[in-house]
Design a protein around this ligand. Structure first.
Ligand code: NAI
Ligand code: SF4
Length: 505
């Protein structure tokens, strides 16, 4: 019998280690022959710790499991959830990027290969660099960090740049509130990130890579470092990748926790040992990136999606999706929801279906008031926009953004003026200080919202003006996108601003 208990940090925060210890002790006491596997998470966070038992006829799920449940779990008397794949939240998904996450032992390369791992790289090794880049272009993959820039065009720019050394940088500085897809895949399927980086290196002619990983993710750091060691030992990384005569190696570098270091040029400065301030673009990192050399900077999910594109073919991937948003989106559902977690689906599902049906509405049972999509710089989407399909262009047209695909749900008790103030405060705290609209504007923004809260109606047009200035004049997305949450709160929930005014009058 095999028992799976996730090592994912969300599962651990909910008691997975204690459950694993209780299982080991009880199995020893009973003298049972059981193999305990610490897998990644299946992404159903409200069911964690989600334990799976495989007695030879499929994996049956139990959750949330406590250490006290373990005797009944082993007796077979604990009420279960049935096969994992049949749980409605899971059954509705299209898992391409996350296909192996939660299924395999994350640090078992043989398990990885047995589930399709390395098939993409083996195919890429038969291709020329131009063919590799063309495959990514044909898949329609766009940057999953937030900007949605076509990955194939980025790779092509680096491929065409002439330089003695090029680099692949994996942006694992996942800083958006309510997001965890990067962390979850690094903890649950680290080899897919490594494989994606190797394919990127072969495609653009880079032989070195870095994973820039935030210090707040100690478990992901541990798993990624262990995976890199195993990959080197197995010849997946090094001077002779899988005996091909081609070289690629990478190392994990840990960031110090600044949100702005998720911005690619600030990240590159930090990687070079400098202060994490934003660089002006141009030059693009694709032409002058790490140490002034052509560099692909891609988000974890973009790189982790590359292996499945090569394994199944660009057309297979591109056949999912909507309009120019091809493939799947790895949504992270958080906040006040009944069922939070990682939900991978083809682009095109409507926001309302996701929030009301998949996530089951709010955890408090109260009506949904707003959903912030795209992290702390994303717009608050009101219920009236719930028919917006998940797609880059569709969200743009609705005044929002998909960003890194995080969703934070709020119920009707939420004070939207307070949320607008929080956005300005977040920007003020995290600003790198390089440009005035952001450095000064965010502080003035907090003060202006405080004036509105005190009943000063004349401050509303000042806030609108300030947002326009920040949007147009900021050097990077931190200052430039902070107006999204602020203006969406003001536009869609004017009562929350007016109520304060009336109360003060
Ligand atoms: P951007 O639009 O300036 O650039 C997108 C990417 O395309 C960059 O890597 C850029 O270098 C590259 N690029 C543009 N033109 C190119 C060309 N001709 N050839 C090659 N490469 C080219 O956007 P930026 O500032 O990189 O990202 C902003 C986004 O980041 C926002 O949409 C926001 O949602 C997201 N974000 C994500 C966070 C997270 O935790 N994942 C945190 C904060 C923001
Ligand atoms: Fe720095 Fe803010 Fe300007 Fe970005 S917008 S460069 S974070 S000061």
């Amino acid at each position: 019998m095999k028992i799976y208990v996730p090592l994912d940090s969300a599962a651990k925060a909910l008691g997975a280690d204690e459950v694993a210890e209780a299982i080991v002790a009880e199995v020893a006491r009973r003298g049972l022959a059981v193999e305990l596997v610490r897998n990644g998470s299946r992404g159903m966070v409200w069911l964690e710790p989600l334990v799976e038992i495989d007695s030879g006829s499929g994996r049956l799920a139990y959750g949330p499991v406590t250490p006290q449940d373990v005797p009944a779990l082993l007796d077979g008397t604990l009420a279960g959830l049935g096969p994992v794949e049949a749980i409605p939240f899971f059954a509705r998904q299209t898992r391409l990027t996350f296909a192996r996450c939660g299924v395999i032992d994350p640090l078992n390369l043989r398990d990885y290969e047995a589930h399709g791992g390395l098939a993409g790289l083996r195919r890429a090794l038969e291709m020329t660099p131009a063919q590799i880049v063309q495959e990514v272009t044909d898949s329609g993959l766009r940057g999953r960090g937030g900007a949605g820039f076509p990955t194939g065009i980025k790779w092509n720019t680096v491929l065409g740049a002439k330089a003695p050394q090029k680099y692949i940088v994996c942006n694992a500085d996942e800083g958006d509130s309510g997001t965890f897809a990067d962390r979850m895949i690094m903890e649950g399927d680290p080899f897919t990130v490594i494989e994606g980086m190797v394919i990127a290196g072969l495609g653009v002619g880079a032989t070195r890579g870095f994973v820039f990983l935030r210090s707040e993710y100690p478990d992901a750091i541990k798993v990624m470092n262990a995976a890199v060691q195993i990959a080197r030992g197995a010849g997946l990384l090094g001077a002779d990748v899988l005996g091909s005569g081609r070289a690629f190696d990478l190392e994990v570098r840990v960031g110090a926790g600044a949100y702005v270091c998720g911005e690619e040029t600030s990240l590159l400065n930090a990687l070079e040992g400098k202060r994490g301030v934003v660089r002006a673009k141009p030059p693009l990192p694709a032409l002058e990136g790490f140490m002034g050399r052509p560099t692909v900077v891609n988000n974890v999910i973009s790189l982790a999606t590359v292996p499945v594109i090569f394994e199944k073919g660009a057309t297979h991937y591109a056949n999912f999706g909507l309009g120019r948003s091809r493939g799947t989106v790895t949504l992270q559902i958080a906040g006040n929801v009944a069922r939070g977690g990682l939900f991978e689906t083809a682009f095109g599902m409507r926001l309302g279906e996701l929030v009301n049906e998949v996530a089951g509405g709010t955890a408090t049972g109260r009506p949904v008031k707003a959903v912030q999509v795209g992290g702390p710089l994303g717009a608050y989407m009101p219920v009236s926009k719930f028919d917006t399909p998940l797609g880059y262009e569709d969200f743009d047209a609705a005044g929002g953004l998909i960003g890194h695909a995080g969703l934070v749900v709020f119920d009707d008790t939420t004070d939207m003026l307070g949320m607008a103030r929080f956005a300005m405060e977040f920007c003020a705290v995290e600003s790198c200080g390089k440009c005035t609209p952001c450095r000064v504007g965010a502080v003035r923004g907090m003060e202006t919202i405080d004036r509105i809260a005190r009943g000063d109606a004349a401050a509303v047009p000042i806030l609108t003006d300030l947002c326009e200035t920040m949007k147009l004049g900021s050097l990077c997305a931190l200052g430039g996108f902070t107006p999204f949450p602020v203006m969406s709160a003001l536009t869609h929930f004017p009562d929350d601003f007016a109520t304060r005014k009336e109360a003060a009058e």
